[in-house]
Ligand binder design. Structure first.
Ligand code: SF4
Length: 115
């Protein structure tokens, strides 16, 4: 079972507890499909705008056992407000640069739910 660390948008913490992220990780759905059922070993925010702290937090998640780091859909797909993070690409690139090739960094957790 892969161990994953999830980074979510701090701006959406008041709106979402991440239930769908945890569900998809446990069931191996959404972005987790290639890994099957996953164990979430950390669930932290980006640290607030503009997201620079997400880089150190991604490293911290790996230090705590995460084999895969995931930016949650609130960051990259804008759920639940349909408002993606304006810094998502540079955040993703900075995290990938920091973690290197051995740690996959996924760019979403789940598809946007249909209402
Ligand atoms: S940097 Fe992006 S992901 Fe982080 S709080 Fe701001 S909008 Fe959300």
């Amino acid at each position: 079972m892969a161990k994953v660390g999830i980074i979510r948008c701090r701006q959406t913490e008041d709106l979402c507890g991440g239930a769908l992220d945890f569900h998809c990780a446990a069931k191996g759905k959404g972005a987790f499909e290639e890994f099957g059922s996953c164990q979430v070993v950390g669930f932290v925010s980006c640290g607030g705008c503009p997201g620079k702290r997400a880089v150190a937090r991604a490293q911290m998640l790996c230090d705590k056992g995460a084999e895969v780091v995931v930016l949650a859909s609130c960051i990259t797909k804008g759920t639940p407000l349909d408002f993606p993070c304006p810094h998502r690409e540079i955040m993703l690139q900075a995290i990938r640069k920091k973690l290197g090739d051995k740690v996959p960094v996924l760019d979403y957790t789940h598809q946007v739910p249909k209402h």
